[in-house]
Design a protein. Sequence first.
Length: 458
Amino acid sequence: MATTQNAKADDDEKRTPRYRSHRDSGYRSRIGILSISAPVDINSSRCYQHSPRLLRHQQPHQHQDPSYLQYCYGPTTITKTTFTLKHGTTSDTGTVSYTGVTAIFIPSANLATNTAYTATITTGAKDSAGHPLAVNFVWSFTTGELADTIPPTVTGTSPVLAVALDNSISATFSKAMDPSTITTSTFTMTQGATSITGTVTYAGTTAIFKPSTSLAANTTYTAKITTGVKDLSGNALQTNFVWSLTTATSTSSCTQTAISLGTAANFEVLAGSGVTNTGKTNVTGNLGVSPGTAVTGFGPGTVSGTIHAGDATAATAQGDLTTAYNNAQGLTLCPIAVSGDLGGLTLAPGLYKSTSSLAITGTLTLDAQGDANAVFIFQIASTLPTSSGSNIVLANGAQSQNIFWAVGSSATLETSSVFKGTIMAYASITITTGATLDGRALACVAAVTMDTDTVKPS
């Protein structure tokens, strides 16, 4: 009797589903491969025992995460409930299928890189005779890095327009590049059919071409980055990137002088008809209006200096502002024509002239090229609108106090934008919610309107 019971126990134990790890020909195209094997005696429906071993996956982002269930399992028990995948405490959704001897979990989305995952087959999985798995079978794997196949791009060049005769030019890439591919063969400069000799360096994501000698005055040059440049994954620039630039008349003849504001320089905010504020705007400095007298919204807004509402101090400052505005709009020394949107550009010091409106979307970079006294002046015939979240970045010594915007109509700084320099608008200036002005808001004839903003000295 005992012998019969032992034989039955052995038989039941052999029929209990067990797992073992297994490589197959599709291993490299799958994630977390685990073969679940229980060879079957078809006549007796027995499933023999095997010890599990785990295989770490090698391809992180492909969908399939298969496990293999041998012949004796019941397909209806292999479901999303009995075959699961998690990372941390988060369950990953997917579909489960079972064909032949193979169960496959296909995640609904690509798996994250460098992340540990845990797969589980529960005791709810049963063989065709109804025997459940003795215990939950759990294994883990960690994803790796997804191969980078995205080609690099050139995201910006400097300077875009005016170039000093002894100045270098640069190009910035969208990602880190292979320095060995950034050479005088892949970054070139020409004037007509003549190649310009120079040296090329690379740091961060920026390549710099420095001519061996000073460039010719008032001359157009062409720079080129070729498809020979590659990123760290070996992806090449898809097409040659070519741009043109023009040198100044001489090394110093086009140097601009800062606009004299007179007593208007003593104000952070100065308006012609009135100043209106909503919310907790913070003005660091003096605020004035003339010939109007209306100043509203302080508080909740605050002014760290003095409010001059229609007094003699404000009147004198308005007179000086008018003079400064006319002087700025009347400059003619080496003007550089600009139009449309300045966003995405890098500009060298100089006088920039627009015959209509100018806009700023995204980031405008003003590069002083190492000269802390470098002056940027913008003559704008019509309006100056900025987009929400736009930004002016100052590079290589550029200072807000040396940037002047002479606006022929009205200026509007949109929500959360960051603006640098002195705005001299003939009409109104509107600074919308959450904007920051590092400079001055000076309106000749109309109002300055603010809403929960920051206006601070240059």
